[in-house]
Design a protein around this ligand. Structure first.
Ligand code: A3P
Length: 328
C-alpha cells in the first residue's frame, strides 16, 4: 500500500493517446471519448469519474450541464436548498458575519466539478463531503458512472440553455480567460457545426438527459435556464421536491424560497465570488471569478449575430432534435 495514486492525466495517458483528437479553438483541443468530444483539460477527470466514482447508497445529487448554460447558478440554488439544514438561509444578504458559504465563496467552491476534483487527485474530498453530497459535471449522460445511472436513489438535475446565448456566453468567457480578443468569434459559433464545443455533440448531450427525464422523472429533473429566469421560485420548489427536501408550510411562510433566490442572485454571487479568499479561489486565477457572472439574460445573441446566422443555427439544431419532443 501507501504511495500516492497517479493523477488521471498520467494514469490514462496511453489510452488518451489512442483517441481521435481535433482543434476546438486555436488554443484548445478536444478528444473523442466514447462518442463525446471532451476538452483535453477535462478528459482525464472525466475518465476517472466514470471509472471510479462510487455513489452513496443514500443517494447523491448530481448537477449536469453543458458549459455556459447556468451551471454556476444551479450550483448555488441547489446548494442553498439542499444544505439549508446545515446553513440557515439569511433573509438579508447584508448579513454581517457571512455565515452562509454563498456569502463568502464562489458557488464552484461549494459544489465542485467532479472532473476537476479527480484531475487534481483530490477524490478524498468527495468521501469527506457530508450528505446530501452535491457534485457537478459537464459529462454527457452516456459517460456518467454506472453507480449513478444504476442507482435508484441518485438524483440528477440538468440545466439546458438556448445555444445561441450559450455561445455568446462562452465567447465572453474564453476571451476573458485566455487573452482578450484573440479568438475569432466565428470559431466559437462554428463549434456547433464542427462538433467542437466542449462535450459535443450538444444535441446528444441535451437529449441524453432529456430522454432520461421523460423515462425516469424521479431520477432526472430537466430544467431550462430561461424557465428559471422567468420563475425562479417555482424552479427552486421543484428542486427541493425533487431531491426529497420539500419546503414546509412554515418555511414558505417565512419566505425561505424568496431568500434563496435573493441569496443566489447574479449580483450577490458575483460579490461573494470576488471577495472569496479561499485556496480554491487562488487556484482559479486562470478563470477569474467574475467571468462566471456577466449579464444573465435571455436573447443577448441578438446583439452579436445577424438574423441569417441565427436562422441557420436554429434550423440546424431543430433538425438534430427532430422527433425528440424537445425544443429550446
Ligand atoms: P451570460 O454570459 O449570458 O451572462 P455557467 O455558470 O454554466 O458557466 O453559465 C454562465 C452564465 O450564467 C453567464 O451567462 C452568467 O452571467 C449566468 N449566470 C451566472 N450566475 C447567474 C445568476 N445568479 N442568475 C442568472 N444568471 C447567472
Amino acid at each position: 500500500g501507501g504511495g500516492a495514486r497517479q493523477l488521471p492525466a498520467e494514469e490514462y495517458r496511453d489510452i488518451i493517446a489512442t483517441l481521435p483528437r481535433k482543434q476546438s479553438t486555436p488554443f484548445t483541443t478536444v478528444h473523442e471519448y466514447d462518442g463525446a468530444w471532451i476538452l483535453d483539460d477535462w478528459l482525464p477527470g472525466t475518465m476517472a469519474f466514470r471509472r471510479r466514482f462510487e455513489a452513496r447508497a443514500a443517494g447523491d445529487v448530481v448537477l449536469a450541464s453543458l458549459p455556459k448554460c447556468g451551471t454556476t447558478w444551479l450550483k448555488a440554488l441547489a446548494f442553498a436548498t439542499a444544505a439549508r439544514g446545515r446553513y440557515d438561509v439569511p433573509s438579508s444578504c447584508e448579513d454581517g458575519d457571512r455565515r452562509h458559504p454563498l456569502l463568502r465563496l464562489n458557488p464552484h467552491e461549494c459544489v465542485p466539478f467532479v472532473e476537476v476534483v479527480y484531475n487534481a487527485g483530490e477524490e478524498a474530498k468527495l468521501d469527506a463531503a457530508p450528505s446530501p453530497r452535491i457534485i457537478s459535471t459537464h459529462a454527457p449522460y452516456s459517460l456518467l458512472p454506472a453507480s449513478i445511472t444504476q442507482s435508484s436513489t441518485c438524483k440528477i438535475i440538468y440545466i439546458s440553455r438556448q445555444p445561441k446565448d450559450m455561445l455568446i456566453s462562452f465567447w465572453h468567457f474564453i476571451n476573458k480567460r485566455i487573452k482578450p480578443n484573440i479568438i475569432p468569434f466565428s470559431d466559437i459559433w462554428n463549434s456547433i457545426y464542427n462538433d467542437a464545443y466542449p462535450e459535443s455533440p450538444i444535441w446528444e448531450h441535451i437529449l441524453g438527459y432529456w430522454n432520461m427525464s421523460k423515462m425516469e422523472p424521479d431520477r432526472v429533473l430537466f430544467l431550462k435556464y430561461e424557465d428559471v429566469l422567468r420563475d425562479p421560485i417555482k424552479n427552486v420548489e421543484k428542486i427541493a421536491e425533487f431531491i426529497g427536501q420539500p419546503f414546509s408550510d412554515a418555511e414558505k411562510e417565512a419566505g425561505i424560497i424568496e431568500s434563496i433566490v435573493k441569496l443566489c442572485s447574479l449580483e450577490n454571487l458575483k460579490a461573494s465570488a470576488m471577495n472569496s479568499t479561499s485556496n480554491y479561489q487562488r487556484l482559479m486565477k486562470e478563470v477569474p471569478s467574475e467571468s462566471f457572472f456577466r449579464k444573465g439574460v435571455v436573447g443577448d445573441w441578438a446583439n452579436y449575430v445577424t438574423p441569417d446566422m441565427a436562422e441557420r443555427m436554429d434550423k440546424y439544431l431543430a433538425e438534430k432534435l427532430q422527433g425528440s419532443g424537445f425544443s429550446f
